[in-house]
Design a protein around this ligand. Structure first.
Ligand code: CA
Ligand code: CA
Length: 395
């Protein structure tokens, strides 16, 4: 992920590592200074600079048990940069820069099992209907998603929004969805890059889907007969490779609801990503689809997102290397995780407890004295500015 997104959180990881190095080296320098010079009163109490590390890259959301991946704050070029096919991608042009805060996104589409749990726990009045409004029941859902591990279908925008609210999350904005789907790849046609779909990347209207679609006039010549992706309708979520942010099925399987209206008249909401019943055009990462918010389609589902300012009871199972950072993630807005804070430290106490520092400092003096000097100089620039806050675009 870091290679794909050089301006993201990983850079702040490196910065954090660098700053810890600065702190340590400053102490080392003081040892050197103490060898031959008298330490002034001011020098005895230098300021230590510490930095809160970024949120974990993966979390488990407690309410619905979903795995969520961090999508780091950045800006990206939203829209179609390929200028083809002209008509279907018209609403996706021109490419424009969008800047987003970091957020977490479900790595998978919401499953049938999760949606059933939501209905059972909340008492939400869910009625499975098809796109014509006919009641189809859970058997109708099972016709396309025959198990708990398959994506939920036959959900309109209100159903999806209700689930998100129950879970303490929300639907992604259209910009968030596209940014997450690109996974760090700029200007590409598909979530995996530029290669045309060949059956290995995602589930769409392949030769398996053809057997079902051919009965409908509009779809009879629709499917890609030369491609075998293994699924006639929905596939279990996560059956294909994840994108650069660790998100599965951002192309195909089921279309996904976004928060936004498609049109200024506010008649349609936006669907993204294409489905098992869509051709290759629908799989394009910039492709926008208008859909009646009351409509329930056999290829329409959703996934949720959360900002970074959630409370700790929303998630569990932090990765091991982030276990001690849980307190940093309690309701602090993302901007606060980027702020340095300062602590007065009695350097003499530290020196008394860490005698080996003197030996290490001597090693630096012998081997990397010039590098140490430059580190300390840069450290001093930060330490002297009490109001200093890291800005995203500085790294
Ligand atoms: Ca398929
Ligand atoms: Ca999808």
């Amino acid at each position: 992920m870091g290679d794909l997104n050089p301006n993201g959180y990983n850079c702040r990881n490196r910065l954090g590592s660098m700053m810890r190095k600065f702190s340590w080296m400053l102490l080392a320098l003081l040892v050197l200074a103490g060898c031959g010079e008298e330490i002034t009163q001011e020098e005895e109490k230098p300021k230590m600079v510490e930095m809160e590390l970024p949120p974990p890259s993966k979390i488990t959301w407690e309410k619905d048990g979903s795995q969520m991946a961090l999508v780091p704050a950045d800006s990206f070029g939203m829209g179609d940069s390929k200028n083809e096919p002209e008509d279907s991608m018209k609403s996706s042009r021109p490419v424009h820069t969008v800047e987003l805060d970091g957020f977490y996104m479900d790595v998978n589409e919401v499953t049938v099992g999760q949606f059933k749990q939501f209905v059972n726990q909340s008492g939400y009045d869910y009625v499975p209907k098809d796109h014509q409004g006919n009641i189809v029941g859970w058997e109708g859902v099972a016709k396309y998603s025959p198990g708990d591990e398959y994506p939920m279908v036959y959900v309109n925008w209100n159903d999806a929004t209700a689930y998100a609210k129950w879970a303490g999350k929300r639907l992604p904005t259209e910009a968030e969805w596209e940014y997450a789907a690109r996974g760090g790849l700029a200007g590409r046609r598909y979530v995996w890059g530029g290669q045309e779909p060949d059956g290995s990347q995602c589930n769409y209207a392949d030769k398996n889907a053809h057997a079902f679609l051919k009965q409908f006039e509009w779809y009879k010549d629709w499917a890609d007969l030369g491609v075998n992706d293994g699924y006639a309708k929905c596939a279990p979520v996560g059956s294909f490779e994840a994108n650069g942010y660790g998100l599965y099925d951002m192309a195909g399987n089921v279309h996904e609801w976004c928060q936004d209206w498609y049109d200024s008249q506010q008649k349609y909401r936006v669907l993204r990503g294409g489905s098992w019943g869509n051709d290759t055009y629908g799989l394009q990462v910039a492709d926008r689809n208008p859909y009646n918010p009351n409509g329930k389609g056999n290829g329409v589902g959703f996934r949720c997102v959360s900002g970074l300012d959630f409370t700790t009871d929303s998630f569990t199972a932090l990765p091991d290397d982030y276990q001690d950072l849980e307190s940093n993630l309690t309701a602090e807005p993302v901007q606060d995780t980027e702020t340095f804070y300062r602590d007065e430290v009695d350097v003499m106490d530290i020196l008394a407890e860490q005698e080996e520092l003197a030996a290490a400092a001597e090693e630096y003096r012998q081997e990397e004295l010039s590098e140490l000097a430059s580190y300390v100089e840069e450290f001093a620039a930060y330490a002297n500015d009490d109001e200093y806050v890291i800005e995203e675009d500085e790294f």
